[in-house]
Design a protein. Structure first.
Lengths: 150, 227
């Protein structure tokens, strides 16, 4: 296909086709040579993980709900726009030695896949997750009780 | 049809104080696997950061007027819940929290799509497009259309895929050398489609899905013509 910068104006005589020479670059359309990706600029490693777990395919914000001796119940934000949440259970061993085992603690769950392998990783989510993502519902709201005052 | 590359951008009016606060927004993503970063125009009011996630095959570029996400893979991957596109909306939301009254200038989706055809696709393209040639020995062809569809401005360019030129011109497979090799022998139709909208109050996964569907509609129409 013809390079945008160098293309030749091959106008068709066919009326059904609208072959148009590209107008002056509109800034909003300009995604060419974006921010040095074409350049041989060096990227620096962040120094976190170097060992490959496979292709990182999905990431979810989540909060810790509850746990017992074996499992941790976690609420995942599946789709923010649709306000879709899902409760999933994770082995307690994943949380051993971390400070994540606190009610309401925000975590980040990352899923990786590679041949014969599917990996789940949890990370501290406090810097990713907004409190608005997990609104607190007042279950007593609107409850009119003569015995208790809420 | 295969999507070779997806570019999704949110543009906003230039923020002069950008370099004073972008680092805390982007820093949490440093813990993503194999993340790399490069800072451009360092020390100026045009400073920006580019994150590269090589294993996940995408770049995230955060500048004083744009969040640009560039993925080398299928658009279908990005439509799933929890996909990497969510990062764009997270970053934009944090940016809005840091700079009140931030407006959206535009939302843009550009896709490079490929449809495999036999070796003589160049001739098929010329015949089916009914192009009259003015050059005796033409080497390459493309049809360009610009205009509007619904609320989107669009740019569409399609023509025979020429690996030797197109891979470099459009910076395809920069994170996937195996695919680059695979495509060096392929023949087919390359479609570059860009859609953008300026009439937006918000950007989110839903607006992304809408612009994607419109873009796919356009691509499928082009493919149908050459099938």
């Amino acid at each position: 296909m013809i390079n945008e910068e160098k293309y030749i104006d091959t106008i068709s005589n066919n009326n059904s086709l609208s072959v148009v020479q590209r107008a002056n670059n509109d800034d909003l359309f300009d995604t060419n040579s974006p921010f040095g990706i074409n350049e041989e600029s060096l990227a620096t490693s962040t120094g976190f993980y170097t060992e490959s777990k496979g292709k990182h395919i999905q990431t979810f914000s989540a909060r810790v709900l509850d746990w017992d001796d074996y499992t941790v119940k976690v609420e995942l934000l599946i789709n923010r726009d649709e306000k879709l949440y899902q409760v999933r259970m994770f082995p307690i061993e994943m949380f051993e030695g971390t400070r994540f085992l606190q009610h309401g603690y925000f975590i980040r769950i990352l899923f990786f896949v590679k041949k014969k392998n599917f990996t789940t990783q949890i990370e501290d989510g406090r810097h990713f997750v907004s409190k608005d993502d997990f609104p607190e519902f007042d279950i007593f709201e609107g409850l009119d009780s003569k015995l208790f005052k809420f | 049809m295969e999507t070779l590359k997806v570019i999704y951008e949110i543009k906003y009016p230039r923020i002069l104080s950008f370099r004073e606060f972008y680092k805390p927004i982007i820093n949490p993503y440093f813990l993503y696997p194999s993340a790399k970063y490069a800072i451009g125009n360092e020390g100026t009011h045009q400073e920006y950061i580019r994150l590269t996630f090589e294993e996940s095959k995408y770049y995230l570029v955060f500048t004083p007027d744009t969040i640009s996400f560039q993925y080398e893979g299928s658009i279908q991957d990005l439509l799933k819940d929890g996909s990497h596109i969510t990062t764009v909306f997270e970053v934009f939301r944090k940016l809005k929290e840091s700079t009140h009254l931030l407006k959206i200038s535009s939302e843009l989706l550009e896709m490079f799509s490929f449809k495999d055809y036999s070796e003589d696709f160049v001739n098929t393209f010329v015949q089916k497009s009914k192009i009259d040639l003015f050059i005796d020995e033409p080497e390459d062809y493309a049809i360009i259309e610009e205009g509007s569809i619904d609320n989107y401005k669009c740019f569409l360019q399609y023509g025979p895929f020429k690996s030797s030129k197109d891979v470099k011109s459009y910076n395809l497979f920069s994170l996937d050398s195996l695919k680059k090799l695979e495509y060096s022998q392929k023949n087919g139709l390359l479609i570059n489609s860009k859609l953008y909208s300026t009439d937006l109050d918000s950007v989110n996964k839903k607006t992304f899905i809408d612009i994607t569907n419109k873009n796919l509609e356009l691509i499928n129409k082009v493919i149908a013509k050459y099938d």
